[in-house]
Design a protein around this ligand. Structure first.
Ligand code: ADP
Length: 216
């Protein structure tokens, strides 16, 4: 099976499908958003620096996130992983190629294609647990069994500080601006797999399984 790099706008399903890869196949899930939110929750120097940037929907400086990511990738050396939330611009994509070369890592890129209206609806309906599981109050398949409570660990579900309309719009526009060069870059490297997500989540996951098995 192949390592996966997910590229997608906010709320396209990177986190959900990463979790499924983890549950079903034992993938390590590296979410750069989660890594940054951990820094914020632990009130580290980095956390203090990035909180306002993230809440407003802007990108954290490349140097900060690259450093965090590289040490994380080193710590799981040799394990199968899915990378969720990186790269988000061409500089990060090039840097990632360098890191992968250095660590001798092969991978496939999966682009989850979603339109803005659907992504906004999903973002505004998202509630999350500190254990990493995420739910959606607008989608029957993704509602928690008990309102406001995590199915897995019984903790209280909360809205992310950046899951509001204003921050979503900034994130989506940033994504549109940066995404084209990234897709071109991976097309040239022959690493790009495009999956549309306007279908039931289980069919999206089936397509993802085709990619990790080298059949897409
Ligand atoms: P979403 O996919 O819903 O936007 P994420 O959890 O992936 O949520 O990211 C949340 C925020 O964390 C981003 O809006 C950004 O501020 C920051 N972030 C995550 N990954 C990166 C990255 N690769 N480069 C810069 N900032 C990032």
């Amino acid at each position: 099976m192949k390592n996966v790099v997910f590229i997608a706008p906010p709320a396209a399903g990177k986190g959900t499908h990463s979790n499924k890869l983890k549950e079903k196949y034992g993938y390590e899930h590296i979410s750069t958003g989660d890594l940054l939110r951990n820094e914020i929750n632990n009130k580290t120097e980095i956390g203090k620096k990035v909180k306002a940037v993230i809440d407003a929907g802007n990108l954290v400086e490349d140097d900060i996130i690259i450093k965090i990511l590289e040490s994380n990738l080193k710590s799981i050396a040799g394990k199968l992983f899915v990378l969720d939330g990186f790269p988000r611009n061409l500089n990060q994509a090039k840097k990632l190629t360098e890191i992968f070369k250095k660590l001798n890592i092969d991978y496939e890129v999966i682009f989850l294609l979603i339109d803005e209206q659907e992504a906004m609806k999903r973002t505004l309906g998202r509630i999350v647990c500190s254990c990493g599981k995420s739910y959606n109050i607008f989608n029957e398949d993704f509602k928690p069994k008990v309102e406001g409570i995590c199915d897995v660990c019984n903790s209280k579900l909360v809205k992310r500080d950046d899951d509001n309309e204003e921050s979503f719009k900034v994130r989506f526009q940033t994504f549109l601006k940066n995404n084209e060069p990234i897709l071109e870059y991976y097309k040239k490297l022959d690493k790009l797999n495009v999956i549309t997500v306007n279908k039931h989540s289980k069919f999206v996951f089936e397509d993802i399984e085709e990619v990790i098995n080298g059949n897409y």
